[in-house]
Design a protein around this ligand. Structure first.
Ligand code: ZN
Length: 694
């Protein structure tokens, strides 16, 4: 159809002053290779542009989407480039073969149409030239877009239905996991390669014994058993390659029902996300499209498969998820937000009980789990990190920051108002057109009924368009202009001032505190070497780096402080061991674990640090035993003891009730009172005076 024959009249100088964009697209690589005819036709459009008055330097070709599938414009830079050029008003005309397929997705297409209408850009395809600013042309173009999307849909659903029917009968020939193969009659059999099938048999037997995928991976690594898998890349993509078992591979094998001889279809659903990327979602068994048990030979029975699933589920529940989990009750502030600075994986969390308190430890175990290694990638005590982050937050949320945020908001609001104005102009234009249609209708001669009907229909249509434009406008306005009034501003500022006190309030639950953190912090990357570096990314896009000293290991934290050891060393010079604990406690000194010091502590510390005991110290200083002294003085040990008790000899206690002596001045023995046999020593309780009773 050639509705726009007087096409050249649509081309005005304003169009010719801008460039012409030729958009070349083929939707699959095969089309690119085979369908050169259509490519040729696309380039013929260029000649038409030349004939309409553009010069060849002005014609720009966008063909970088060659080989991209067309269901969405995400990942198709060419289409986005085109949209950008149109919206910047650089394009006078956009050309494309079957122009509606520029964008296979109707939403993309309408956006392009609207932009073309706003910027007065023409559209050219093999059928003719369109001005999207003119209602008729836009309607036609819109229809073309809708048709092509519908066509795509019908095509796809027919294909899909065929596949599904085949799948339900179990006749669909789909790719098999490694270890299974099709024979000449298209029946599924075990892999003829003995190494492959034997390895898989061993794999399932090992799982039967160990009941854990991680344990199987570890055992296979330890025994150096390689697992087969299909190479996904390269010229021979179904070639079997051998390598170390990974955790994800083990799980894939264990979850695959084909190894149990069952034909299953629809275990995952594919959906396109809002960003145009494909999302795969695993389906529970009862939602699979088709499941035929005992469809072919397998490595395990269906019952064993079911048991394995149960084991895996209960194993999985025992471990926390690798994804960002919801805030839980535990005290670790950054739970679920920590990334490993070494390998980029999300770090997991473990708590240690320490004196009635849970202290967090952030650890990266991805490599350990995936590759069966015995060591963590890195593991960092979390208490200091949590504390520093909390302090940083309390410092950062203050008046000034809120002011900046408000300024940014103001700027955004200004931009929104501008956008709002542009959208309003569109409504105004629709209103003007509706008005025009009304006037045309009212001026028509009532006798010319046919004309009147046409004009009335046109008027109605314009009114409908106006109504739609108005509604779109209102919706956009509501969405965009969330006004931040004075009241809000004040409330925000008060909150900022209160933040520090709210943060430190003990009644704030761990879960709430974590929620606050998640509102403000995107993630934290940890790297431990000589010190711990925390790179904190905030939601707003700013980031901060904290460097913390490496926390001491637990044994070191519990170690007796060196000054206590020194004090014990010094005290041993002057006091027997059993008195030292009391002296230290009187000084208010605590042990490494914060408990009062006991005799056992002192003895242990003395041994641990190799401190010489009191006996050795005294002997070194030349102090004598009672026996040695008695020999020297020619008297008895008993007499020596009496002398000490009377204060005639200077003695040093080294153990409770045991003494060493200074060598006395000569003649001291003569002062010793004569001891009578069976004499009793009487100590006065009031004066401590010593007498010998007869
Ligand atoms: Zn790591």
């Amino acid at each position: 159809m050639d509705t726009s024959t007087p096409s050249h009249s649509k081309v005005r100088t304003s169009h010719l002053q801008r460039d012409a964009y030729l958009y070349v697209r083929q939707s699959s690589m095969r089309q690119v290779l085979e369908n050169t005819e259509s490519t040729k036709r696309q380039y013929q459009l260029r000649d038409r542009a030349l004939s309409m008055g553009w010069i060849s330097e002005q014609i720009r070709v966008i063909d970088c989407d060659q080989g991209c599938s067309g269901a969405s414009d995400v990942g198709r830079d060419g289409f986005q480039q085109l949209v950008a050029e149109v919206s910047l008003g650089n394009a006078g005309i956009v050309m494309g073969l079957e122009v509606s397929r520029l964008a296979r997705n109707n939403a993309d297409w309408h956006r392009l149409l609207q932009l073309c209408a706003f910027t007065d850009t023409l559209i050219l395809d093999q059928d003719g030239l369109y001005d999207p600013g003119v209602f008729n042309d836009r309607l036609l173009l819109g229809l073309k877009g809708a048709m092509s999307e519908a066509e795509l849909h019908v095509l796809e659903s027919r294909l899909q239905e065929g596949v599904l029917n085949k799948a339900r009968r179990g006749e669909l020939k789909i790719g098999l996991p490694v270890g299974l193969a099709y024979d000449e009659l298209d029946r599924v059999v075990l892999e003829a390669n003995i190494q492959v099938s034997e390895t898989l048999k061993k794999f399932f037997a090992t799982f039967r014994r160990l009941r854990s995928a991680t344990a199987v991976v570890k055992e296979f690594r330890r025994e150096n058993i390689q697992m087969p898998r299909y190479s996904r890349t390269g010229p021979k993509s179904s070639r079997i390659i051998w390598g170390d078992t990974t955790h994800s591979q083990a799980l894939r094998i264990l979850h695959n029902p084909r190894y149990a001889g069952a034909f299953a279809y629809g275990r995952t659903r594919t959906r396109r996300g809002p960003d145009g990327m494909l999302r795969y979602q695993k389906q529970p068994q009862e939602k699979w499209i088709c499941l035929i048990q005992d469809a072919h030979k397998g490595y395990i029975s269906w019952d064993e498969y079911q048991t394995n699933q149960q084991i895996l589920t209960s194993n999985a529940e025992a471990f926390s998820s690798d994804r960002r989990p919801p805030p839980r009750e535990g005290p670790a502030l950054l739970q679920g937000l920590i990334l490993c600075g070494r390998c980029g994986n999300r770090m997991t969390l473990r708590y240690y009980q320490r004196k009635e308190q849970l202290t967090p430890q952030y650890m990266c175990q991805r490599d350990k789990i995936e590759n069966g290694r015995s060591n963590d990638c890195q593991s960092v005590p979390g208490a200091a990190i949590d504390q520093a982050t909390g302090k940083l937050l309390a410092d950062m949320v203050n008046d000034r920051n809120i002011d900046i945020a408000l300024a940014v908001h103001h700027e955004l609001q200004k931009r929104l108002v501008e956008a709002d104005r542009l959208r309003y102009l569109q409504v105004e234009r629709c209103r003007y057109e509706a008005d025009l249609a009304r006037r045309r209708y009212s001026k028509v001669d009532p006798d010319k009924r046919y004309v009147a009907e046409v004009l009335e229909a046109e008027w109605n249509e314009k009114l409908r368009v106006l109504d739609e434009a108005q509604r779109t406008y209102e919706a956009a306005r509501e969405r965009d202009v969330a006004t931040l009034n004075q009241e809000h501003t004040t409330a925000l500022k008060t909150l900022a001032n209160d933040f520090a006190s709210i943060w430190q309030d003990d009644s704030l639950s761990n879960r709430d505190r974590k929620r606050i953190v998640r509102l403000l912090i995107e993630d934290v990357t940890l790297l431990k070497d000589a010190q711990v570096t925390c790179h904190i990314r905030f939601k707003g896009g700013t980031s901060k780096t904290l460097t913390l000293p490496l926390p001491q290991p637990a044994w070191k934290q519990r170690q007796t402080p060196p000054e206590v050891v020194q004090a014990i060393d010094e005290l041993l010079d002057d006091y027997p061991t059993f008195k030292i604990a009391d002296i230290l406690n009187a000084r208010g000194v605590n042990s490494g674990t914060g408990q009062p010091i006991t005799l056992a502590h002192v003895t242990r510390i003395r041994f641990a640090y190799g401190l010489p005991n009191r006996w050795t110290r005294l002997r070194k200083r030349g102090k004598l035993q009672a026996r040695e002294l008695s020999e020297k003085l020619g008297t008895t040990c008993e007499k020596i003891r009496r002398c000490r008790e009377l204060g005639l000899l200077i003695a040093y206690e080294y153990k409770k009730g045991h003494y060493l002596y200074d060598e006395p001045e000569p003649g001291i023995v003569d002062q010793i009172p004569q001891l009578r046999k069976n004499a009793r020593l009487i100590v006065s309780h009031t004066t401590q005076e010593v007498q010998y009773a007869t």
